[in-house]
Write a protein that binds this ligand. Structure first.
Ligand code: BG6
Length: 299
């Protein structure tokens, strides 16, 4: 049985009117953040951002109505942190252990411009065969949502070879009215077609069946144009060479117990990180920082 997660907050960290500690779904501890432009919710479980919403806009992030909120289980939606491996690994759960553990809240720092920075750290624990490392995560809530995942290799001699991905679920009005733009000319692994290697030829990716693609050597911004919600989401990234585009479509939605049968119509994952051939190799004592900024404008 996984140990219970710590619900004891350090109340001194609260910022009246801006950051409140609450019991979230499944009684898991959650932070509710309010700025002059937006609001957000972040669970300590997985340091998982489950909601970001600008004033007068629908939520930017999709969160499944069927998600579990339980110790040892990943939350379905929002932004799971995938670390230190991406995808399947024999004998271990999918997508690493970071999304299944409670992170510690280290500090909350309000910025003079009104943004709020929340700093988290993954507690030391079983590294499941990886050399010891420190993972820190900073979430900055303002008129945008900015994320920084910093990984430091604590080993004295060994390299740390790891994958990381901010597996962001975006809420869309209707998947049939969505285009994902910015990946033209890049090569990808098509997981739906036997992991075959392909090159993206279209200016815009339209999703009309199951899509599960790992685009490599992609450093530029990606846009999600959503005609139904009249909104464009921009995903800008730093130190990220991989972009994963995922929609489970009908059959897979039905198979997933923590995802509604029709919810594939309302979401798309555009994930930023370094996976597969772009995994990161860090020498002893070295740090690598993955950065993602999510913003929206009206169309
Ligand atoms: C994507 C993978 O990143 O995550 C898919 O490319 C996978 O293959 C999806 O199905 C969801 O994974 P999980 O473990 O959260 O169900």
């Amino acid at each position: 049985m996984p140990a219970a997660e710590n619900n004891d907050w350090d109340d001194r960290l609260e910022l009246p009117g801006q950051v409140r500690f609450m019991e979230g779904n499944g009684d898991l501890p959650m932070l509710s953040v309010t700025t002059e432009w937006s609001s957000a919710e972040i669970y300590l479980h997985g340091a998982h951002v489950t909601r970001f919403q600008k004033k007068n806009e629908p939520p930017m992030l999709f969160l499944s109505q069927m998600s579990q909120f339980a110790v040892g289980k990943p939350i379905r939606g929002g932004i799971p942190i995938i670390l230190p491996w991406f995808g399947a690994r024999e004998g271990f759960p999918m997508h690493g252990f970071a999304r299944n553990r409670a992170w510690e809240l280290k500090k909350i720092v309000p910025a003079p411009d009104g943004a709020i920075n929340l700093h988290f750290q993954l507690p030391e624990g079983d590294a499941q065969g990886f050399p010891p490392f420190t993972a820190e995560y900073t979430v900055t809530v303002s008129d945008t949502l900015a994320l920084q995942l910093s990984v430091t290799n604590n080993a004295a001699e060994k390299d740390l070879v790891f994958e990381s991905c901010l597996h962001t679920y975006f809420q869309v009005g209707d998947i049939s009215a969505v285009s994902v733009v910015g990946l033209k000319g890049t090569t990808y692994t098509d997981k739906v077609e036997n992991f075959s290697q392909k090159t993206e030829s279209g200016d815009a990716i339209r999703i009309m069946s199951e899509v599960d693609r790992v685009y490599q050597d992609t450093r530029g911004a990606v846009e999600i144009r959503d005609v139904r919600l009249r909104r464009k989401i921009t995903v800008e990234k730093e130190n990220s060479s991989s972009t994963v585009v995922w929609n489970p479509w009908i059959a897979k939605s039905q198979q997933m117990s923590d995802f509604g049968d029709e919810e594939y119509l309302k979401m798309v994952c555009v994930e930023s990180g370094n996976v597969g051939k772009n995994k990161v190799t860090l020498g002893p004592g070295r740090t690598s920082v993955l950065g993602v900024r999510l913003s929206t404008v009206s169309l």
